[in-house]
Design a protein around this ligand. Sequence first.
Ligand SMILES: NC(=O)c1ccc[n+]([C@@H]2O[C@H](COP(=O)([O-])OP(=O)(O)OC[C@H]3O[C@@H](n4cnc5c(N)ncnc54)[C@H](OP(=O)(O)O)[C@@H]3O)[C@@H](O)[C@H]2O)c1
Length: 247
Amino acid sequence: MNQFTDVCLITGGSRGIGAALARHLASSQRAIWVNFVSREAEAGQLCADLLSQGCWAREVRANVADRDAVRQMMTSIQAEHGRLDILVHNAAAALAPKPFLKLDWSRDVMPPLEVACRGLLNCLQEAEPLLGARTRVVVLLTDALFHRPPVQMGAYLAAKGALWGIARAAAKEMQRRGVTFAFVSPGMTKTELLGAYGDRALELFAQDHPLGRLAEPEEIAAAIGALIEGPEYLHGANLLVNGGIDY
Ligand SMILES: NC(=O)c1ccc[n+]([C@@H]2O[C@H](COP(=O)([O-])OP(=O)(O)OC[C@H]3O[C@@H](n4cnc5c(N)ncnc54)[C@H](OP(=O)(O)O)[C@@H]3O)[C@@H](O)[C@H]2O)c1
């Protein structure tokens, strides 16, 4: 039951940064749970690839904003492994750019908040019996919280700002039991999340970037991996991975 050094759960692991992270972490010593909400085929193919490399992997459907679904997901992990060593809260709702003054609270602001904040709360509360003295939680924020905010992203920034607050509160209260937290704040990364911008806008963003390109998901995955595999004293760290956007 416990032959693995790490049991990992990646929320939103079916594609983008989450899928790149699952591939980055893959090892025969690890069990990787790939959470998804809609893309079953992608999550299943990813897990089949990981299994063929000798890594234990399983896809698990759960809308992280739905407490019952998260409970079922954690029950499956408990039954299989009895513990959770690494939780990466990576899931995010699709971007829906909108001018700030046009934002509707229920339709525009709540959905990303639910996935970000309720998602983290649900995962931590339902995983409580599985969390041990060496569990590390990594939470995906965005460098736009700490640098120039893009226009029409008020709902996304509200969700990520609130997520930062709620995750820091969790870190403060859970550190005494040995659970450590770290944050990763990527710059613009080539995934479906950015599809809402359109190709021409993305080309312009890339041209404007000091490195002349956007990040690859594998680069962000490697940075998350460094936080996961790094020392306990990384507790509380927020790693900006934005290719030197300010330089
Ligand atoms: N890409 C960027 O430029 C960028 C920049 C800064 C920060 N980030 C952050 O990095 C993280 C990953 O982003 P990404 O670009 O890889 O996103 P992405 O390609 O759009 O993938 C989103 C993932 O979240 C899952 N998801 C969405 N709603 C969910 C829900 N309610 N419950 C469970 N899973 C859900 C999706 O599952 P399905 O496939 O099943 O739909 C998918 O696996 C996000 O937190 C994002 O905010 C991204």
